[in-house]
Design a protein around this ligand. Structure first.
Ligand code: GLU
Length: 462
């Protein structure tokens, strides 16, 4: 490969960073990093009515959270209007674009007539200047749009990095609008000027854009600009086989952050959703960068698998130390108004193997800081009259025992011996009383972390 690889991600700030866009961003980023190139972030905010600052902020925050650092940007299209208008003026002068004065009513009429004839609804080029053609008189008070002179015949073919060779005939597409009457360019035009000006060499994006690519290629050619390579990544399908959408569960990166997923796990999972490196399921960002050369991208849609993502996340949680997990869990607790303390790393270390999100870890940790509820059912099942005397002895001994795990363990055995009980008979009710559930890690560890005062206070409620 000659020249420097430059890739970009170009989200529209009309909502949160969608998982599909995050995956494309990851591929673009990894591809640039693999080839020692650069990665650009561009905010495509020309849909003025739907673009919001809040969405832009969320997108930037999600990119940061995922650790997808960009070398340039964010570049805002609305700050480049001058440049687009300059290129439009050049195209008008060169005859590769023209003004069209059709009103919306005329366009509707045109489409109606085409439908009635069973034809594809395409702009009929009535304002396109052609040798020997007399154009309609320019109407009063109709602000014109600018249309691109798309070649009327011939094929557009490109070798897609993901899908292989794709050919679309120019008869399938029309002279698209490139500048609206308000002076704001349309997507297909702005994207070309930007990819050209920003020296983008490789464009990865969702395959919903395949039908836009022939127009873009034709505009690149009309401008005499070098063509980037295109790679159209298949959609992500939800569990039900339909396109992943808001109605089918969380689709924004932010939602996963809020729900206790780790960015490295998200990246790992998203990477595998449409790309593979042998049978590798778990890998670091560095490994992905070293492997991601543009091959092994899947041509067919990927299926979102919430259970697999949870599994991947659990592996990353397991691999972290209590100290690493504590700040993440503290942030979750803070949202509930709980201020954690120095015990949190130990709590995380003790519970991490049974949690697939930091949210689940926070649920456990909350039992150490706030109040717990013991359900009537658990009370009836576990805290029987037969075990209450043993709990009373335990409370008494807990008041003076040396407060460490080993001493607590020895003491529990003594209580069991005194009352001739087996471990589970005592352990179950104690778990229920101190943490509100009979499923916990080893009792001595739980009690040690909870603190003498809390343990005694909770056991006294037997
Ligand atoms: N703004 C477009 C989108 O969000 C970008 C498409 C492209 O990458 O060219 O879908």
């Amino acid at each position: 490969m000659t020249g420097k690889v430059r890739t970009r991600i170009a989200p529209s700030p009309t909502g949160f960073l969608h998982l599909g866009t995050a995956r494309t961003a990851l591929y673009s980023w990894a591809y640039a990093r693999h080839y020692g190139g650069e990665f650009v972030l561009r905010i495509e905010d020309t849909d003025v009515a739907r673009s919001t600052q809040d969405s832009t902020d969320q997108i930037l925050a999600s990119m940061h959270w995922l650790g997808l650092e960009y070398d340039e940007g964010p570049i805002y299209q609305m700050q480049r209007l001058e440049r687009y208008r300059e290129v439009i003026a050049q195209m008008l002068a060169a005859g590769t674009a023209y003004h069209c004065y059709c009103t919306p009513a005329e366009l509707d009429e045109m489409r109606e007539a085409q439908r009635a004839r069973g034809e594809k609804t395409l702009y009929d080029r009535r304002w396109r200047p052609e040798p020997g053609k007399v154009l309609p008189p320019v109407p009063e008070g109709v602000p014109p749009v600018v249309r691109f002179c798309n070649p009327p015949e011939g094929d557009v073919t490109w070798n897609d990095l993901v899908k292989g060779e794709i050919t679309i005939n120019n008869r399938e597409i029309d002279d698209l609008i490139i500048l609206r009457p308000d002076g704001v360019p349309t997507y297909n035009f702005a994207v070309v000027v930007d990819d050209w000006d920003m020296n983008i060499t490789h464009v990865f994006r969702g395959d919903e854009h395949i039908n836009n690519t022939p127009w873009q290629i034709n505009i690149f050619r009309a401008l005499g600009a070098p063509l980037p390579q295109f790679g159209h990544v298949p959609v992500i399908l939800g569990d039900d086989g339909q396109k992943l959408s808001k109605r089918r569960g969380a689709v924004s990166v932010t939602a996963y952050e809020d729900n206790g997923y780790l960015p490295e796990a998200m990246l790992n999972y998203l990477a595998r959703l449409g790309w593979s490196h042998g049978d590798d399921e778990l890998f670091t960002r560095e490994q992905m960068v070293s492997w991601f050369d543009g091959s092994h991208l899947s041509k067919s849609p990927a299926q979102w698998d919430a259970a697999k993502l949870a599994w991947v996340n659990a592996q990353y949680i397991k691999a972290k130390s209590g100290d690493e997990l504590a700040p993440l869990v503290a942030a979750q607790l803070q949202k509930r108004g709980i201020v954690a303390d120095g015990r949190l790393p130990a709590i995380c270390a003790l519970f991490k193997d049974r949690c697939d999100t930091t949210l689940a870890l926070a649920n456990w940790a909350a039992a150490f800081y706030g109040d717990i509820t013991v359900t009537e059912a658990d009370r009836a099942q576990h805290i029987t009259d037969a075990v209450k005397p043993a709990i009373a002895t335990l409370v008494e001994k807990l008041m003076t025992v040396t407060w460490d795990k080993a001493s607590i363990a020895v003491m529990i055995k003594e209580v069991l011996a005194t009352h001739a009980l087996k471990m589970p008979v005592l352990a179950m009710p104690v778990r229920v009383l101190v943490l509100g559930t009979s499923q916990t890690p080893s009792l001595d560890s739980v009690l040690e972390i909870l603190s003498r005062e809390k343990v005694i206070e909770r056991l006294k409620k037997a």
